[in-house]
Design a protein around this ligand. Structure first.
Ligand SMILES: *Cc1c(COP(=O)(O)O)cnc(C)c1O
Length: 402
């Protein structure tokens, strides 16, 4: 493989974000292909026994096995790291493989985690159903409340784990404050940045230690593959995460890595355009529905904080219709253009009812505590003309009697 300007950090670090998304990490084979090559191989061959022995000893670089490294996967890792402004990145088979690996690789029995209340359902599930079985305890806080983060710190607290904006209430965590607090106490922050991506928000600039992704969402952006990513210091990635990952195996397939690489080429464009569309749709919904949770709207309680830490507000927002589940279902069932789907980050507009899908497992009390109302609908605004999405919602609201 030949390195290109895209694999030279001293150059990519000077490039603007949109340029990094298109070119960072690119390497080329002897054919000089324009598009990144797909190396669909599990193993590698060597010109001598000593060549491979040196690689296993760690005395020479080079591929050994695709659970350890793969050229297509390596290109994706370098691109995401450059976009994030991180020293290093490793990718995983799904967002949840990334979250589970991030926590398990650095926590031990007796450790304690503080996590934000509003979160992707499975993130809460691994705290309560996996980590607790190994003697790792946790405290759930309202991520919007800085004082709760501080009050939850114990002598054995090792990790702060949260997402911002959070699913599905769009709660915003004050990145500068919470990451600063963690630093002062020697606590590692793991920030799930799936709703924003590096195009809209870079948590490392606010002092986060690890940025975690479901790359299934905006990074792929076209609803094709599952993928995850973790970004952090070279020391954490190479000495803590990599040994865990290469021995436990939640690695990303080279094919899926290739799909995400191609998705990233348009990420900056999509993330900004979908944010713009979501704001237009949000303004319309606000004219028809009393409660709209959209960080980009001045009516949103944490609008100013969101504006301080995000370049734009992303494609996803939620709103609550009067009349509970029945009315929310009536709106969803009346949609003609927007699909009923629990996925997000797609270039197609998608809507779902969190209480009966993504947050069903939490039970009614858990949902009430998180603010997941029975009348809540979450929408991902895609790349369609926003006027068509608005007209579709307009007719669906009318049919549902709103
Ligand atoms: C989707 C999602 C995940 C899980 O990612 P998968 O790729 O589905 O495993 C985690 N966190 C957030 C915020 C998500 O939206």
């Amino acid at each position: 493989m030949k390195r290109t300007s895209g694999s030279d950090r001293s150059l990519t670090s000077k490039w603007r974000p949109a340029t990094r998304a298109v070119r960072a990490g690119t390497m080329r084979s002897e054919h000089g292909e324009t598009s990144e090559a797909l190396f669909l191989t599990s193993g590698y061959t060597y010109d001598s026994a000593e060549t491979v022995a040196a690689r296993f000893r760690g005395d020479a670089s080079g591929m050994q096995y695709s659970r350890f490294q793969n050229p297509t996967v390596a290109m994706l890792e370098e691109r995401i790291a450059a976009m994030e402004g991180a020293e290093a990145c490793k990718v995983q088979a799904s967002g949840m493989a990334a979250m589970t690996s991030a926590l398990l690789c650095m926590l031990s029995a007796g450790d304690h985690v503080v996590a934000g209340k509003a979160a992707f359902g499975s993130c809460r599930w691994i705290l309560a159903n996996v980590l607790n079985r190994f003697g790792i305890t946790h405290t759930i806080v309202d991520g919007r409340n800085n004082a709760e983060w501080e009050a939850a710190i114990q002598p054995n607290t090792k990790v702060f784990f949260f997402e911002t904006p959070a699913n599905p209430t769009l709660d915003i965590v004050d990145l500068a404050y919470v990451c600063g607090l963690a630093r002062a106490h020697g606590i590692t922050t793991v920030v799930d940045n799936a709703f924003a991506t590096a195009s809209l928000q870079r948590p490392l600039e606010f002092g986060a230690d690890v940025v975690a992704y479901s790359a299934t969402k905006l990074m792929d952006g076209q609803g094709r593959v599952l993928a995850g990513a973790l970004c952090g210091s070279s020391q954490w990635i190479n000495e803590v995460l990599s040994p865990f990952q290469r021995n436990t195996g939640p690695v990303l397939s080279p094919f899926n890595a290739w799909v995400v690489l191609k998705g990233l080429e348009t990420l900056d464009l999509r993330a900004h355009k979908q944010s713009e569309n979501a704001l237009a749709v949000g303004r319309f919904v606000e004219s028809r529905v009393a409660r709209v949770l959209h960080p980009g709207l001045p009516s949103f309680a944490q609008h100013e904080l969101a504006a301080k830490q995000m370049d734009a507000f992303g494609p996803i927002f939620s709103f609550v219709v009067d009349g509970g589940r029945e009315k929310a279902f009536a709106v969803l069932d009346a949609l003609e253009l927007v699909d009923i789907s629990n996925n997000i980050g797609d270039s197609k507009s998608l809507a779902c009812h969190p209480a009966s899908t993504t947050h069903h497992n939490m039970g009614p009390e858990g949902r009430a505590d998180m603010g997941v109302d029975e009348g809540m609908i979450r929408i991902n605004v895609g790349l369609e003309d926003p006027l068509d999405v608005i007209e579709d919602l307009d007719q669906a609201f009318s049919k549902a009697g709103i």
